[in-house]
Ligand binder design. Sequence first.
Ligand code: SAM
Ligand code: FES
Length: 347
Amino acid sequence: MKTLLDKLYIENDLSERELALLLQNMDSESEKQLFEYSSMLKTKHYGKSVYMRGLIEFTNFCKQDCLYCGIRRSNSNAERYRLSKEEILRCCEEGHVLGYRTFVLQGGEDSHYDDSKIIDLIKLIKSNFPDSAVTLSIGEKSFESYKSYYDAGADRYLLRHETASKRLYEQLHPGMSFENRINCLKNLKKIGFQTGAGFMVGLPGQTNEDLAKDLVFLKEVKPEMVGIGPYIPHPNTPIGKNSGGSLEKTLIMLALARLLLPDVLLPSTTALGTIDPLGREKALNAGANVVMPNLSPTNMRKKYELYADKICTGDEAAHCRKCIEGRINRAGFEVDMSRGDHPSKQA
Ligand code: SAM
Ligand code: FES
């Protein structure tokens, strides 16, 4: 395995077959080598800096019915909420005082928030905080909608591909199409967004071959950001009794993503902190360089329950900011509160 890892480190590329072989035969020695290489590449591109993004979960209404997701439309137990634009602006104000210069607006696919409301919101945030980046994560839209968000001033867009296996994608996303998801990502790139793809690890039925496909997909699309987190079962979903993804496998996938796309922006996800108390720190050591603490109002946090036992749902924004900073420092890294654009998009 050492030869494959060396090749990956030097060439930042491997075939799907080689990646599957690597995943199949990963032992503790190869893992150690993998994390060493991924850390070296992260340090080369970003030093000790970890970028901070303020996450605002502004609506949990969703018209989609993804089988794994706690806020899917068929979960009648989910208590629905949406923040008004004034409430969203207050979250940004609080975040800005705490030093955040990126606001991530995430939500279900909520038709109340139509294009004109989203455009209004982007313009409002950009005019109040001209030094800050706006990232959207609101699902699948037409080319024209994405373009109108970009023209209104949005900088980045997160749309995980969830899984690059068409078979698995279609099993997990009733009424949605794999081709459309891919097309959305291509449109976002074409328009000029710093684009985030990504996937879950440990989905029911997911194989090492499927995960190798995810990595090859990343290499093809070349997103500026990649979100990788463990799948965590939610009890009120059709697949809620399945087991979830492991910390170890997720760390391996993060490290491999860093080796394939050396300067990618790679978050250490809240989902990892949920399955292991030190999951986020371990991700930073495996090659991640971004964290996304929550700025949503505390009384709403529990309602944005994508999976069971999500952490930080009771904590004030200021507390999260401090807590994360302590964790980052103890792991040997430093908080960077700048906008943290991808190197290819820096002014
Ligand atoms: N609706 C938007 C979209 O489709 O991109 C953004 C919101 S969606 C809730 C954000 C991400 O949550 C998804 O891309 C998915 O990967 C993740 N997610 C949903 N349910 C999850 C679960 N049970 N475990 C881990 N991650 C989950
Ligand atoms: Fe829409 Fe999860 S099913 S956000």
